[in-house]
Design a protein around this ligand. Structure first.
Ligand SMILES: [Zn+2]
Length: 224
């Protein structure tokens, strides 16, 4: 039943579970594998009740139930930017997976499952195809870069602020020390004066102490 020799592909581990991989280069436009299974008639109530992830709708009436084990094509995963496509022939009730570009040996074969499947099964959990992962990674990187830029901006601002504060502080320190040195003699003068006053006071309670009296006496003698 396979269109291409089954030696051209193998089932293997994919990022989302199992997938179908090319074991040799496949040219663009090659019919790779048929997607097959029992035909379900929508007019048949029993058929219509069947529900699984491998239903491939051919038209309003006919659907292929691809969940059968022999249908190796059911391993092919979805991609929003695929290297293969599903070639549907409703009249013949046949689906063939065909390469839309050259596929290298080792590459996973993928086709676009279509918007209906995407909306029903992939959108709710987030499409894991390499195209969507790339987009997600790009968005993340952009968000990271934006955050880093913002952080750098805040840091630069803080740095500038700190520098300003430092400059201001240094300026103040200079001013303060200038004030102190300018004030120092003035301040020292009243202190000395107070000391002198204290010493001169002969009648104060503290002035009754002998050294003050002596000094006062000496001064008085000098004055005479
Ligand atoms: Zn995708």
């Amino acid at each position: 039943m396979p269109v291409l020799s089954s030696k051209s592909y193998r089932v293997g581990r994919s990022s989302t579970g199992l997938g179908l991989f090319a074991t040799q280069p496949i040219k663009k436009g090659t019919k790779i594998i048929r997607y097959f299974g029992p035909l379900l008639d929508s007019k048949n109530k029993k058929h219509d009740a069947i529900e699984n992830k491998y239903l491939f709708q051919l038209n309003d009436r006919w659907t292929i139930d691809g969940s059968v084990r022999k249908n190796v094509a059911r391993y092919i995963n979805h991609s929003c930017k695929p290297n293969a496509e599903s070639d549907v022939n409703p009249r013949k009730k046949r689906v063939i997976i065909r390469s839309v570009r050259k596929i290298e040996a080792g590459d996973e074969i993928k086709y676009d499952y279509g918007t209906e499947y995407f909306k029903a099964y992939l959108k709710p959990i987030g499409c894991k195809c390499e195209s969507c992962e790339k987009k997600r990674a790009k968005k993340k990187a952009e968000a990271r870069a934006e955050k880093a830029a913002l952080k750098a901006k805040v840091e630069r601002k803080a740095e500038r602020k700190a520098e300003k504060a430092k400059l201001l502080k240094n300026g103040k320190a200079v001013k303060v020390s200038a004030k102190v040195s300018a004030k120092a003699p003035k301040k020292a003068a009243p202190k000395k004066a107070a000391a002198r006053k204290l010493a001169k006071k002969p009648t104060g309670k503290t002035a009754k102490k002998t050294p003050a009296k002596k000094k006062a006496g000496a001064k008085a003698r000098v004055a005479r």
